[in-house]
Design a protein. Sequence first.
Length: 628
Amino acid sequence: MSANQISKRVAEFLQQFPPFQLLPLADLMPLANEVDIRYIAKSALLFEEGQKPNPEFYVVREGSVRIESSHGDILYDICDVGDVFGVRALLANDNYLASAKADEDALVYAIPLEAGRKIIDKNPQIALYFASGFASGKALAKATFKKPLTEAASDAAPDLLNSQVRLSGRKKLVTCSPSASIRDAALVMTAKKVGSVLVVNEKQEPLGIITDRDFRTKVATGLRTITEAVTTIMSAPVLCSPPDLTQTEYLVEMLNRQVHHLCITADGTSQSTVVGMITEHDLLLEQGANPAVILREMHVHSDYKKLRDLRLRAAELLKRYINNNVDTEIICRIATAINEKLTARLLQLAIEELGPPPCEFCWIALGSLGRSEQIQRTDQDHALILEKDGFETYFLTLANRVSSQLEYMGFENDPAGIMANNPKWCVSLRQWKTYFHSWIEKPDKAAILLTTIFIDFKPLGTANWLAEELRETLIQLVQAHPVFLGHLASDALTTPPPLSFFRNLILEREGPNKNEFDLKLRAALPLIDCGRVLALHAGITTTNTAARFRKLMAIDTNNQELFESAGDAITYIIRMKAQFGFTNNDSGRYFDPQQLGKLEQQSLRNIFDIISQLQQILEVRFQTAYIR
C-alpha cells in the first residue's frame, strides 16, 4: 500500500471522531501525512507522571490505554478507540500529570505537536475542544456543556427562538402625558388602532400603561368618567425590559410576570427613556404558535380532553425546541410554566366541583417540577399544606380529583405514593413543621430519604405564604442542627461517579433496562444532591440546581470554576435526558451507551469528574468519614 493510501486511511479514521470530525478530509490529509503508527504492548508505558512532554500527542487506533497515577493506585480514565490523550504538551509545555499505559495490546497514532498546533491555530472549535476536555489525559472540570460542539443552529429553528425581537410592532410608539384625559387616550388608541398606550413624563420615562382592559373594567363599569386624568386608570409601575433580549427571552419574561405587554427602555428600568413596546400579539405575529397560546387556552378551557390535547401540543413544542437547540434553561422555564398552569387549572376546576375550600391551602410541587427542571411528563410528585387541622377530608377529595386528571394528562402516579392524595402528605402547616423537626433532629436513613424528597418544594399558587413559612422553618432547623448536613452530605456520596465511560460504566444488571445506563441515578442525582447540601449550608433557598451553583459561585470563590461547570453539567444532563426521552418516547432516564458518539462520551467523562470533585468537597467540609 502506498504512503498516500495509508495517509488517506488515517485521515478517514480520524474524521470519524471528535474533534477531527469538524474538519473536511482535505484539511486532515496534511496532518495524516505526519502521523506515526505505533504498536504498544500490553502494560507498556507511553509516558509517565511527572515526565517532560513528548513531541507528540496520541489517538487510540486499536485496543485501549489506561490513564492512571504513577503507582497505578488511581485510575483516571480508560481511552478507547478514537480517544485523544496526552495533549498537555499541545496546550502547555508542562510535565504530564498522569501516566499512560497500554491496557491491552494497542495501536496508537502519534501526531507531532507542530501538526496539531497548525490545526488548532486555524480551527477555534478544535482548540476549544482540546482546552475544555483534556490535560495529559485527565478530563478537566472546565468543559462547557451549554452548547456542545456538535450543536449548530438549525435552519428549521423558528424565528421566535433565535432572532432578536424588534423593539416595537408599531411604526410609531403611542404615548400620552399624565395630564391627558381618559377620552384623549381612547381617541389616540382608536386612531392608531392599538390596544394600549404608555403614559410618559417629560423625559419620556414610563409612568404607567393603559390597555383595552382598563377601559372595560374601570370606565365602562362606571368607576371612572372619560373626563378624568389617565393616571386614575393606568397600571403602574410599568414592567420594563432592556432592548437587547431575544424574542424567547421576552416571551419568558411575559410568562413569568403573567403580563401581555412589556415596555422596552434604554436600560431596562422605568427610570430611562422609552424606546419601544413589545406585546404578546407582536410575538404571535412573528410565530404562529408559542407557549403563550397554550397557556392562554389552558386558562379558559374546562374540558379535560381539550386540556390533555393542549399538554400534548406542549410536548410537541418542547420537543421542537430541543431539536432546534433552544437554550435548555429557557425550555425548562417554559415547560415549568405550562405544567404549573395545567396543575393550577385542574385545581380550579376541582374546587368549582367541590365548592369553596374550608381553609387556605398551598399545593406544592416536588421533584423535578419543584426544582423547575422538568421538560417531559414524569411521575407525579406533590403534596398539600393546609392552614389548619381538621379539614383533611375535603382536601384529600380535592387531591384525588387533581391527581386523577393529572394521570389522564400523562403524568403517572408516583409508585412511592408521594402525592397529595396520600393522607401522610395532605396535612396542616403545623404537622409539616413537626415532620421536618423530626427528620432533621433525628436524621436516620429513612429521615434523610424523606428530607431529600420534600426539601425541594415549590408553591403553585393559592396560599403561597404557607410554603414560605415552612421554608423559613426549614432553614432555621438546618442552621440549628449542623450535624444534619453531615448526614445529608454522607447520603450524597452513596453514588460515586463511574471511573471511565465504557470499561467501568455501571449498567443496570436486570429488569427491563438491563445493560442500560441510568442517567438520573448516576449523573443527575449526584449533581442535584451535592448542590442541595452546599446550598443549604450556605443558606441559599432557591431549589433549582443550576441556580444553586450560580449562587454558590458568588459565595465560595475558591471553587468558582467548579460550581460554574457543575451548573452547566446539570443543564447538559437535563437536555440529554429530554433528547433520549423524545427519541425513545419515554422518560429518557435510561439509554444504551452505544448510542453516544465520542463527543457525548467525553462530555459525560467531564461530568463524572465534576461529580467526583464535588463529592470530595462534601467529604472534607462535612467530615463524612466520621458519620458513615
